[in-house]
Design a protein around this ligand. Structure first.
Ligand SMILES: [Zn+2]
Length: 325
């Protein structure tokens, strides 16, 4: 027994350098970046976001819209848009950066909901910007950091109203993603989104990511796009246990096995004073960001294949030239 204990201790000591090394890749820069978003107003968050994107060498465009709802009255909002690459059609990537106003009148830190996703999207933008230099693709990647999601998806709706949907080939939305390595995604965005889900599932399998499909998934900006008939997927991340609990809460029905009145921890955190920086894990956010970039590239490829198939079918069914008398 004593020997075994000693062996365990020496194994632990031997493991220390490896653990320390892991610490070096914990992406403290993402945590420090997320901290900057803790501000008293959403307008100040806009400026933080624009500053970050500019530092990355990207060219953010602020697209102002007239928003607000019954509770707030008229209120100007600002989507922040960054375009990477070129193409006739767009793959749009959305994450809202606004935080919810709490009952005491202060602004939530809004880290889990939704600075984590914003930081992941910035990782994705940076990655794609670099990747496209050596690997041209068929689509533009348009990152839309939306405002006033918390007031009723107003930023996403304003973006659609301003630009229309004709250029949009597919949308990837991220909401509630500050920690954990399980990728949650909704299957409830219509038949037109089927190829997006197929692409995502293939990527999960290829990269050995733990991905969890939700027949019912909570709404975010994705609903503005699916309501317009646009192919879209909404994703988030959590630890595996939290993801399973949330799945049961939304999809388990009466026999979910959850205690009556059980609220998944993530829903106790968001929209409260508890939605704070200490939950954010830089390495998890970076990992999710790379997954988003990969999904964008995989969708680009899939869309090109879809188009080639559609062209082949059209050529087959078209009357042969000069075939009619
Ligand atoms: Zn959110």
């Amino acid at each position: 027994m004593l020997f075994r204990t000693l062996a365990a201790v020496s194994a632990l000591l031997a493991a220390t350098p490896a653990l320390a090394q892991e610490g070096a890749s914990d992406r403290a820069d993402i945590v420090a970046g997320a901290r900057q978003f803790i501000k008293p107003t959403n307008a100040e968050r806009t400026q933080v976001l624009v500053g970050f994107l500019t530092t990355l060498g990207l060219t953010p465009e602020i697209q102002v819209f007239q928003g607000g709802n019954n509770a707030t009255g008229p209120m100007e909002g600002a989507n922040v848009v960054v375009t990477v690459g070129q193409g006739d059609k767009d793959i749009v990537l959305t994450a809202h950066y606004d935080a919810v106003k709490l009952r005491d009148g202060t602004l939530s830190q809004g880290i889990v909901d939704n600075v984590g996703s914003v930081m992941a999207m910035m990782e994705a933008a940076k990655t794609l910007d670099m990747a496209l230099e050596g690997q041209p693709v068929a689509h533009r990647f348009v990152f839309v950091f939306t405002d006033q999601e918390e007031l009723g998806l107003l930023g996403a709706k304003a973006f659609l109203e301003k630009h229309g949907k004709d250029r949009i080939a597919a949308v990837i939305n991220a909401d509630v993603a500050a920690y954990g390595q399980t990728i949650m995604y909704g299957e409830n965005n219509g038949e037109q989104s089927r190829f997006v889900l197929e692409t995502l599932r293939t990527l999960c399998a290829e990269r050995n990511f733990d991905c969890m499909p939700y027949p019912t998934y909570p709404p975010s900006d994705d609903r503005a796009f699916s309501a317009a008939g646009v192919p879209v997927v909404s994703m988030g991340t959590q630890d595996a246990v939290g993801a399973h609990q949330m799945w049961l809460a939304f999809n388990g029905g009466e026999n979910s096995g959850l205690k009556e009145g059980f609220v998944p921890p993530v829903f106790q955190r968001i929209h409260s004073t508890d939605d704070k920086l200490s939950y954010l894990k830089g390495a998890d956010v970076a990992r999710f960001g790379l997954f988003i970039a990969d999904l964008g590239l995989a969708l680009d490829k899939r869309l090109v294949e879809n188009q080639a198939k559609a062209d082949a079918v059209a050529a087959e069914t078209a009357p042969a030239p000069g075939g009619e008398d």
